[in-house]
Design a protein. Structure first.
Length: 313
């Protein structure tokens, strides 16, 4: 009998978990070929009652397993831990807030067993309910990263993907500390079909992704898969050198040939500030890449497990 593993990263989701569990159980019935199910909750250092709720659910349902981190390591670590600890022939990820509709899972499974696909992903066709400024920058991010990398990052793609074991093994084999799951999934390739759906609001609780966290996550994705910012800073530096050289020639000609004395101290101060800003900006880009290298070479664990259910080997 084939097995489907469902990974559910959780961080302070005590209000959403009961609703999520009810909806999930309702939708995993009557699957074609009647596969076995494995539901793995990954508690990412929640500070509310999330872990106790997961334990209560595990007592009621033998299909449920759980892992609890020693602290909050972030969603990327939770995803990686989930992928490492499931045993299914097919593996998927779901958010506990029901923004990833469990109702799509049956269709995803039918596609992956009946058609020639290695994975079936989901993507939102709109961002209804999101702040306009957030949606604008999200679309801008996908445009930028697709121009900077040699593989496609699908706009609106969710982490909600049903994958064959070969895809999971490929993602796990990428041991980097600075992880960007959407990029890793796109990087490994394979044949993927995308299902589109309208954006779903959170069923309960508050989003954990502030604008600042999303900005950091976007920078993580760009620096993890592209060196284009380094090339950009080099081009800017070369451009300013050429402009400076041409301006020196113009000043010499104006002073010696035309006899016009140099002037314009205010404009000179502005130029110095601008060039200094460009230099600091370029150093910041280099610093980002150096910091990623620094974190990688330390070889610290991506996550630390404090507690796990007995049915996890």
């Amino acid at each position: 009998m084939e097995k489907i593993s469902i990974i559910v990263p959780c961080y302070n989701e005590e209000k959403a978990l009961p609703l999520f569990y009810e909806e999930l159980i309702k939708n995993i019935k009557d699957f074609p070929k009647n596969p076995e199910f494995e539901i793995l909750f990954v508690n990412d250092g929640s500070k509310d009652n999330t872990l106790n709720i997961i334990k209560d659910l595990a007592k009621k349902n033998s299909e449920i397993k759980y892992i609890s981190f020693s602290r909050n390591f972030g969603k990327e670590a939770a995803i990686y831990a989930g992928l490492e600890n499931v045993t299914g022939d097919y593996v998927t990820l779901m958010d506990a807030d029901l923004q990833d509709p469990p109702s799509l899972l049956k269709q995803m499974y039918e596609i992956i067993i009946n058609e020639d696909y290695d994975a079936v992903g989901t993507r939102r066709i709109n961002r209804k309910g999101e702040p306009i400024i957030r949606s604008f920058f999200a679309k801008l991010f996908y445009k930028l990263i697709n121009k900077m990398t040699n593989f496609e990052n699908v706009d609106g793609a969710r982490d909600y993907v049903l994958m064959k074991k070969i895809v999971v093994d490929s993602i796990i084999s990428l041991k980097e500390y600075n992880r960007y799951y959407k990029g890793l999934f796109s990087f490994v390739g394979f044949n993927v079909k995308w299902l589109e759906y309208k954006n779903m609001p959170r069923v309960a609780g508050q989003t954990k992704w502030s604008f600042w966290k999303l900005t950091k996550y976007a920078l993580e994705g760009i620096t993890a898969f592209s060196t284009a910012p380094l090339v950009f800073s080099s081009i800017i530096g070369l451009l300013f050198c050429i402009i400076s050289f041409l301006l020196i020639i113009a000043i010499i000609f104006k002073t010696l040939i035309l006899g016009d004395p140099t002037s314009g101290w205010p404009s000179l101060v502005c130029i110095i500030f601008m060039v200094s800003g460009i230099q600091l900006f370029s150093l910041g880009i280099i610093g980002q890449y150096l910091s990623k290298t620094y974190l990688e070479v330390k070889k610290r664990p991506i996550y630390i497990i404090k507690e796990r259910s007995n049915n996890i080997s």
